[in-house]
Design a protein around this ligand. Structure first.
Ligand SMILES: *Cc1c(COP(=O)(O)O)cnc(C)c1O
Length: 466
């Protein structure tokens, strides 16, 4: 499988190179040059398979040329063996139409483990093949950071520098990052928002000398391998609810548009997806873009769902590229315009390309609380705030009652237990495997959110190439 950049002027690469590169050299994001198609029979053939076997079938076309099926299976066994539920991503029923897909049974209690546990395995495999070293630099609104750190802590060929916005991640999220004391892990709290942190990371990747010297790589959801790993659970869930004979709708609490883009890819591959509901909190740039074509950056408002407090949504570029007709040079112009003016209109082709599959909703704090109470009172389920935003949007969308609606439950409620307690009066306990999190020692530095400060810190500690 070959991959091309959304901005049309980076070289096409195979899966191994795309995984190690993260961002393309022209500033774009990598996508397969065409979507692999699954026949109805192939989808039917997934019925009854374990999560790992489903993962191997769904991902095999994307890694072809870089990994054999047996190699892929070994990596999946290692990655998903660390989950605390045998189904890896179990479904839970809420009522006659609504379901939860629990994606939070990994080591750090958020759905990002599904992708990052595999990415850690892929990095190790590819780096040992090449005898190379990698410096991961990432920005996190909370969950990516802990999941990435868990996935690479202690690995010899990798250093990881993780930026988080100081004071804007929950205590559990921060401690899950800062209590990992492995020598290759560096946590940086920056003075600023998540978007500021993400802009710093982008600037480092655009600095070719810095990027080359330390062999920088990304673990943010701009990395194709992450999205690929997330396609799997759409297939796994839909097949359990009757696909390919029956259509299934998904509601996805969204920030950087990575998780829901994986659903779009599943649909492109032939999975009968009736609708993808893009659920945002009051930071609603994606809702505005999908409902009336207005992609303009507002001020980030901090909410009870910090992993969705985003006003620039990196992976949306992938949808604009694919749905808009795959014209990389035109998209590069459009994105440069956005980077200058912080606003753009979607083209008609982009709007029409998205309209048949996507709907969207903006959910405020009241909507979130109502959904949390509904799930608790009606089904005894305690939801985290992000999942509750997804459920609120799912219940608002008018989906034909014969179509099951699956809300992606993206975090364990204990990860956001203050917000859950405020909404429901119930304080969810941390699972036993996290038990002493609040007794562990923390280690992190605080830096101003400037390019100079952060690059100087990294340059002093990272391993230069060669
Ligand atoms: C990251 C995250 C999201 C948003 O996912 P995207 O792929 O960025 O859209 C939603 N909920 C939780 C709990 C997250 O950690």
């Amino acid at each position: 499988m070959q991959y091309q950049s959304t901005r049309g002027s980076a070289p096409a690469l195979g899966f191994e190179d795309v995984t190690l590169a993260g961002l393309a050299s022209d500033g774009g994001l990598y996508l397969p040059t065409s979507w692999p198609a699954f026949s109805t029979d192939q989808i039917r053939g997934l019925a009854g398979l374990s999560y790992v076997e489903t993962a191997v079938r769904v991902m095999a076309p994307f890694v072809a040329g870089s990994l054999s099926e047996d190699e892929l299976r070994d990596l999946c066994v290692a990655a998903y063996g660390r989950f605390s539920h045998q189904a890896v991503t179990p479904l839970v029923q809420l009522d006659h139409q609504h379901w939860l897909l629990e994606l939070f049974h990994g080591p750090t209690l958020a759905f990002k483990d599904v992708a990052l546990q595999l990415l850690g395995q892929l990095f190790e495999r590819f780096l040992s093949r090449r005898d190379d070293h990698l410096t991961i630099v990432g920005a996190t609104s909370g969950d990516t950071g802990s999941a990435a750190i868990d996935a690479v802590a202690g690995r010899e060929k990798i250093d990881i520098f993780m930026l988080h916005p100081e004071g804007r991640v929950s205590d559990v999220q921060r401690r899950q990052m800062t209590t990992v004391l492995a020598p290759n892990v560096y946590n940086i709290a920056i003075d600023g928002s998540f978007d500021d942190a993400q802009a710093l990371v982008k600037a480092m990747f655009n600095d070719a000398a810095f990027k080359g010297r330390f062999n920088l790589s990304a673990v943010n959801s701009i990395n194709w391998a992450r999205l690929m790993a997330q396609i799997v659970y759409y297939f796994y869930a839909a097949v359990r609810l009757g696909a390919p004979e029956r259509e299934v709708a998904f509601s996805v609490p969204t920030g950087n548009f990575g998780d829901v883009f994986a659903g779009y890819v599943a649909a492109k591959m032939g999975l009968p997806v009736a609708k993808l509901i893009v659920a945002t909190n009051v930071n609603d740039i994606l809702h505005r873009a999908l409902s009336d074509g207005d992609y303009s950056q507002g001020q980030v408002v901090p909410t009870a769902t910090p992993s969705m407090d985003i006003q620039v949504s990196s992976n949306f570029e992938r949808l604009l590229f694919d749905a808009g007709g795959r014209d990389g040079l035109a998209l590069a112009d459009q994105m440069r315009g956005f980077e200058t003016s912080k606003a753009m209109r979607l083209t008609n082709a982009q709007r029409e390309g998205a309209a048949h599959l996507f709907s969207s909703a903006r959910v405020d704090a009241d909507g979130m609380t109502t959904a949390m109470r509904w799930a608790y009172d009606g089904a005894g389920q305690i939801l985290d705030p992000h999942s509750a935003i997804g459920l609120a949007a799912a219940r608002e969308a008018s989906i034909d009652p014969s179509i099951p609606v699956v809300t992606l439950a993206t975090a364990h409620p204990a990860k956001f237990r203050d917000a859950v307690e405020r909404a429901t009066g119930t304080r969810p306990p941390l699972p036993a495997r996290m038990g002493d999190l609040f007794a562990r020692e923390e280690s992190y530095v605080k830096l101003p959110g400037t390019f100079e400060a952060v690059t100087a810190y990294i340059a002093e500690r990272a391993t230069p190439r060669g």
